[in-house]
Design a protein around this ligand. Structure first.
Ligand code: UDP
Ligand code: MG
Length: 346
């Protein structure tokens, strides 16, 4: 299965994004550090522009524990961008990404590392059950995964989230994907390599409430589908062909009825037809708009996130002026300039 018999871990990076999690950051850091204490590790907590006491709590933790690196983003950039920030700053040869709300047990990471040692490059955690989530969330999540599976060309395990562990090679491949609308769990599958699942029970959120509002969830699903499928775009073609086909069949039928003298001047049906076709056209335009908007975002080439401040940054990073290369030896150069710039805007 692998080229090497057994791999040995040099440094494990654990990356967690947090947004307004003052009730649980301390517990999360304690549990995460305890869970991976047997490895040489760094815990990278990305503060995604929290407006509560989270930043202060994190600063205090970073002061006490040099293994905890804190990256403060300049505002809220969203879960996927925050995760990406953490991944780009990670130095480990193995990187785990995990939610900070303790829904994903950090205690599972050693088991994931074991799979990596056995030769897996991407280890994803599959939740056997999801505690403490609303029926609405469960239903929408299940619809989304079904739809994604139908539309997208990557096979994403239905009950796997962003709780994943990546080998450096897989991570570098992932970071070389510079797209702005990011659906990281799909991207980790897309890169290929050896993929293995480990299962776990997903706990309820330890405290606080979900930071994914319905709007964010909708946006996230649209990002996921548009990044991995062109089918919605092509759908307009199919629907258009279908309705044009019906019209073509209808023309001789209407003419025939006219001559058969059973023709009824149907104002209602014409209005309905116009509304229907108008609606279909607007939907098709909207679908195109979703894609064009994303193309526009890509073309602007804005950084995905901006770092305001970093705590416990590695020596090389804090000291030299041009250090980003030293940090991410394998990553694509285009990405380095983009990822490195914001980090130096302190
Ligand atoms: N999060 C973030 N930025 C955001 C939203 C969420 O960094 O804009 C973090 C959040 O603090 C948590 C993780 O992402 O650690 C997952 O978010 P959440 O638990 O709210 O999502 P859910 O589990 O409900 O899908
Ligand atoms: Mg959660």
């Amino acid at each position: 299965m692998t080229d090497q018999p057994q791999r040995h871990l040099q440094l494990l990076s654990v990356v967690a994004p947090v947004y307004n999690e003052q009730e649980l950051v301390e517990l999360f850091v304690t549990r995460a550090c305890a869970a991976v204490a047997d490895f040489a590790f760094e815990l990278i907590v990305v503060n995604d522009g929290s407006s509560d006491a989270t930043p202060q709590l994190l600063d205090r933790i970073a002061e006490r524990d040099p293994r905890v690196r804190v990256i403060h983003l300049s505002r809220n950039f969203g879960h996927q961008a925050a995760l990406t920030a953490g991944l780009e700053h990670a130095r480990g040869d193995v990187v785990a990404m995990i939610d900070a709300d303790l829904q994903d047990p950090p205690e599972l990471i050693p088991k994931m590392v074991e799979r990596w040692e056995e030769g897996s490059d991407v280890v994803y955690a599959v939740r056997k059950q999801r505690e403490g989530e609303t029926a609405f969330k469960l239903a929408t999540a299940s619809w989304f995964y079904k739809l994604f599976d139908k539309l997208a060309q990557v096979n994403l395990e239905p009950n796997s989230g962003d709780f994943r562990l990546l080998d450096r090679r897989a991570l570098d491949a992932l970071l070389a994907m510079t797209e702005r609308s990011r659906f990281l769990r799909g991207m980790t599958v897309w890169v290929g390599f050896n993929q293995t699942a480990v299962s776990y029970e997903r706990d309820a959120r330890h405290a606080g409430e979900t930071k994914y509002t319905l709007r964010k969830m909708l946006r996230f699903s649209l990002d996921a589908i548009t990044s991995f499928s062109h089918l919605p775009l092509q759908l307009a073609t199919y629907v258009g062909l279908l309705s044009a086909g019906i019209a073509f069949i209808a023309i001789p039928v209407v003419i025939g009825l006219r001559f058969a003298d059973s023709y009824l001047p149907g104002f209602g049906s014409v209005t309905i037809a116009i509304l229907l076709i108008g609606g279909v056209q607007l939907i098709a335009l909207g679908v195109i708009g979703e894609y064009v908007g994303r193309i526009y975002d890509e073309v602007k080439h804005r950084p995905l996130y901006i770092v305001r401040e970093e705590r416990n940054a590695p020596q090389a990073h804090a000291g030299s002026e041009d250090s980003s290369e030293a940090l991410l030896p394998g990553a694509a150069p285009a990405l380095l300039t983009r990822a490195g710039l914001p980090a130096r805007m302190r």
